[in-house]
Design a protein around this ligand. Structure first.
Ligand code: NAD
Length: 324
């Protein structure tokens, strides 16, 4: 498979949680980065440090509309989209548009400059899966009209459109199906389990586990996820390729682990489970190992410790603002 080299990249959603780590890695590798973000769920503080780094440019724009000219680029990473349930349920139409119109903008940009386009898709395309673990060949079990569908279906559409550009125009594309990722710069109010549990544990508040807590997720530390995205960008693979961790655990066990690592005495309480919340989630990582020679390396306890440390020490401009 032909290798692809990124020298100048556009990262849509680059001021978000995953996007800001990706921008950092690209710059560390000596590349140039145009970060496009509308700050709907990301924060200027996530990229403030990068503004003085040579080769970094921040464009405040909505990717669902026309973008200012970025100049020639060789890779477009399309991450712009609300990603946490709290965000996409608050921004349902915007989320559908980021997956549809936003993906079209990113694909047009890649086509214009003959660039490779890497789509940040999601394990949510598998819905509440009937196959275990989830292999890329599985077509999923998604409720198309439920509240979560704004995210799941937007990403399924984004994948379909990406393949249309590949087949119709020969655009070089890659689809990453990212499984739950965690790490520094997550907002404690974004509704995802790791930041919610950490914020509650550190505040000494009850840790709220949804349902019986026996539903599972496989959480992957953000450095590993970004390394996977870069490996995919650098490969000739089209995918879809699962990027995640096979270290699966129940949400109850995660709550206990966070409480112990945060040295907290918070009680664990059970609250209602959201509609269509998947029961099991674990990626089949054989394809990623085979075509990308990639596997996660950060142990869950280490990743959680680093995330807890960040929550304790984050500078003011990086600390999450309260939900609006
Ligand atoms: P995030 O909300 O922190 O980042 C998304 C970024 O996109 C934000 O900075 C937001 O302001 C920006 N954005 C949203 N809509 C936009 C628009 N229309 N125009 C310009 N910018 C826009 O979320 P994240 O966790 O960093 O996720 C990044 C990407 O990875 C998303 O596409 C998400 O679907 C995907 N993903 C993430 C995870 C995960 O566990 N974090 C899992 C699967 C997939």
């Amino acid at each position: 498979m032909a290798r692809h080299r990124t020298v100048r990249a556009v990262v849509t959603g680059g001021a978000g949680f995953v996007g800001s780590h990706l921008c950092e890695r690209l710059l560390e590798q000596g590349g140039e980065v145009v970060c496009v973000d509308n700050f709907s769920t990301g924060r200027p503080g996530n990229v403030r440090r990068l503004r003085d780094v040579p080769g970094f440019r921040l464009v405040e724009a909505d990717v669902t509309g026309p973008l200012p000219d970025t100049g020639p680029v060789d890779t477009v990473f399309h991450l712009a989209s609300a990603a946490s349930p709290a965000d996409y349920l608050r921004l349902p139409e915007e989320t559908l548009e980021a997956g549809s119109l936003g993906t079209r903008t990113a694909l047009r940009l890649a086509r214009r400059y003959g660039a490779r386009m890497v789509l940040a898709s999601t394990s949510e395309v598998y819905g509440d899966p009937l196959q275990y673990p989830q292999h890329e060949g599985y077509w999923g079990n998604v409720n198309p009209i439920g509240p979560r569908s704004v995210y799941d279906e937007a990403k399924r559409y984004a994948e379909a459109l990406t393949m249309v550009y590949h087949r119709t125009f020969g655009t070089d594309v890659a689809i990453a199906r990212i499984f739950n990722c965690y790490g520094p710069r997550m907002r404690p109010d974004d509704g995802r389990a790791v930041p919610t549990f950490i914020a509650q544990a550190l505040a000494g508040e009850p840790i709220t586990v949804t349902g019986d807590g026996l539903q599972t997720r496989s959480i992957c530390y953000v450095d590993d996820t970004v390394r996977g995205l870069l490996a995919l960008a650098g490969s000739g693979a089209t995918g879809p390729v699962n990027i995640g961790s096979a270290e699966e655990l129940s949400m109850l066990r995660l709550a206990e682990l966070v409480r112990r690592l945060a040295d907290s005495a918070s009680p664990i309480v059970h609250v209602g489970r959201p509609a269509d919340d998947p029961r099991f989630r674990r990626p089949d990582l054989r394809l990623a190992e085979e075509v990308l020679d990639w596997r996660p390396t950060v142990r869950m306890e280490d990743g959680l410790r680093r995330t807890i440390d960040w929550f304790l020490t984050a500078p003011a401009e990086s600390t999450p603002r309260p939900a609006v």
